[in-house]
Design a protein around this ligand. Sequence first.
Ligand SMILES: Cc1ncc(COP(=O)(O)O)c(C=O)c1O
Length: 438
Amino acid sequence: MICENIGVKDNHLSFAGVDTVALAEKYGTPLYIMDEDRIRHNCRAYMKAMKEHFGENSFPAYASKAASFKRIYEIMKEEGMGIDLVSLGEIFTAHKAGFPMEKSFFHGNNKTFDDVDNAKAYGVGYFVADNISELDLIGLRSRSDEQSGLPAKKQKVILRLTPGIDPHTYDAVATGKVDSKFGTAIETGQAEQLVKKALEKEYIDIVGYHCHVGSQVFDSEGDVYLNAATIMLNFGAEMQKKYGVEFKVLNLGGGFGVRYTQDDPYLDIEANIAKLGKHIKATCKSLGIDVPQIIMEPGRSIVADAGMTLYSAGTIKEITGYKNYVSVDGGMTDNPRYALYGSKYTVLLANRMNEKADFTADVVGRCCESGDIIQPSVTMPKPQRDDIIAVCTTGAYNYSMASNYNRIPRPPVIMIKDGRDYVAVRRESLEDLVRNDV
Ligand SMILES: Cc1ncc(COP(=O)(O)O)c(C=O)c1O
């Protein structure tokens, strides 16, 4: 199986030690299920390795865009993680969950006045400024605190830079290239201009630099992280030397890959971090600088393999001489990733796991879009109506990317901890759908 929390018992698929067919019966489908023990296991793998190989002050900040709801932030708080936030909605959800906001990093490439004011009010620890225009905005809003009689304090800011690295992943998730929508390029000299501009601002305290090279990156990509770290450390050292900007924090973003199918490699988090730690220490030594506090922002590799989606099979359509379709009771509304990126998934017939897989079909949703495909060309035992179809590794960017297209309510999120299940997010009702309609 692609992850150790997946198994087979009595012809049924089990997840986190629980019978998935029984969960589908209990809560209905479509259904997101999440393995809390696996989430905690993944957090601890990062925490332990980062402290050991980067230094005691280092910590992982969970990129909560991967899956954002109150219970996740509670788990992150309990695990001592930081968090990466990209919107007021995520900030508010983390705040409602009682997350200690001083360990949060506020990202985004186009923060509004309202975002900045609210983020400050909720006590966000670090603003990650994407570009000059954002820096101006953060500086301006901090200054206006003083003008309106509020205590004006310097805002800790990290500058998001593009190291100019192509991780050869999907274009839509490769964000460290010079021409990316995100960050300010080192290569063009604009990153240095950004530093100079930040130094002129009374209410901005530049504490370091950030980069995120892309997502679903494996070590086979050829030392992407090592190269990014080299470029970022050189830049930080240069700014320290030229302008006296103390290089306190280096945030290397997220992006470690996960196994969606048997063809994906395993990524050893500890071994990768150990290699990176060794490289960072050696580079800092040769540059004559102290090792900055290292932050990483894993999202997918914290929650992806802790998630699974369960559907019921509906229409089975065989188009003679062409192809077959299995339609499920969800679709691109709960998982738009195939439609967006052509993402691969492992799909299983959960209630007949031991039967011969001899039927090939596209597993599709029920939205009015031909592109509403969960996965093409899946080979499994021929499903019948009401069989349970499981899609593995859906913990990241599924619930958080879900929509109400075709006015389809979002499925609930059921957490499993120590073999017991509980509701983390309720199923949306039809009333929820019309709540804001006037
Ligand atoms: C700035 C930043 N940090 C972290 C992440 C998390 O990446 P991943 O989920 O691949 O670990 C992303 C993903 O888009 C990101 O944009």
